[in-house]
Design a protein around this ligand. Structure first.
Ligand SMILES: [Zn+2]
Length: 295
């Protein structure tokens, strides 16, 4: 298990930073517009002052109003801004994710509200995650999640969602929901996400020729024969998909233990949440700011 070197974002830190709704509003203003910015009305590089009678700031030069939450998920919410911020905080700091029940308990809102907040936050997390193409050595592996609990450990069981993960050694992991494990689908995922010339490790689902013809150095491990790590004479590389499998392990366990059930309809959001947390896990503060900047 990897240890975080940077200090975690403690509950105490959170409440020091955001003691009330006012502090949250200020923060959104700061992140979205800046307390001093070129006024869209008069064009003056002006300072903006907090208005006492509404959730707005006024231009010092012309008095134009800026509503920091306008056009965001927080615009019409009756839930206090601090509750939203705290919910985001929980998403950032809870390794196994946050269920609707947990949010309900922590925030003192109805389950329906809590569930909706959770989904909104997952949506924010999933938006704007843009990486460069993965490169170097990339591990790929697929997994089946959700749906009905399989009686036998059947793969591709009824109602399951197929997900594909790609992890760059020493770099980010990227995940996508895929419709099937047919070769053209898998190949399409690689072409879209991994730079040609990279070393790609997969299980035997993908045959050699498939990727080598596209300019990849491709090696496989034969999972059906319980081979998890193998040296390949042809590519002169060790191949395994262990780091993606570690991620699947956490994802599946968390989905089972934290959430009662996740329908395939929402699987991409949960996946985005866990992927995001995995990629930023040593930077909880940065993660928090990033999510808030996306409201
Ligand atoms: Zn102005």
């Amino acid at each position: 298990m990897r240890k975080s070197k940077s200090p975690a974002f403690s509950v105490r830190d959170f409440f020091a930073r955001f003691p009330d709704d006012e502090a949250c509003l200020q923060h959104i203003m700061d992140v979205r517009f800046g307390m001093r910015h070129a006024c869209r009305e008069c064009g003056v590089e002006a300072t903006f002052h907090r208005m006492t009678d509404r959730r707005a700031f006024a231009c010092a030069a012309c008095g134009d109003h800026v509503y920091p939450t306008a056009g965001t998920v927080l615009e019409d919410t009756r839930t206090p801004l601090q509750s939203w911020f705290y919910a985001i905080y929980l998403f950032v700091t809870t390794r196994h994710g946050v269920s609707g029940k947990e949010l309900q308990r922590q925030l003192g809102v109805t389950y329906k509200t809590a569930w909706r907040m959770g989904m909104k936050i997952r949506e924010l997390i999933g938006s704007g995650e843009d990486f460069d193409m993965l490169q170097g050595h990339v591990e790929m592996d697929e997994a089946y999640v959700g749906g009905k609990r399989p009686g036998k450990r059947g793969r591709g069981a009824e109602g399951k969602t197929i997900i594909m993960g790609m992890k760059q050694h020493g770099g980010p992991i990227r995940t996508v929901v895929i419709p099937n494990v047919k070769k053209p689908t898998l190949r399409g995922v690689v072409l879209k996400n991994v730079k040609p010339g990279s070393v790609v490790s997969t299980d035997e689902l993908m045959s050699y020729g498939l990727l080598t013809d596209d300019g990849y150095v491709h090696g496989t491990v034969t999972h059906s024969e319980k081979v998890w790590r193998a040296y390949d004479l042809r590519t002169k590389q060790f191949h395994s998909t262990n780091s993606v499998e570690t991620f699947w392990g956490l994802f599946k366990r968390s989905i089972c233990s934290t959430h009662i059930s996740v329908s395939s309809k929402y699987m991409d959001r949960y996946l985005a949440e866990f992927t995001f947390r995995s990629n930023y896990r040593v930077m909880q503060n940065a993660m928090f700011d990033l999510i808030v900047s996306r409201v």
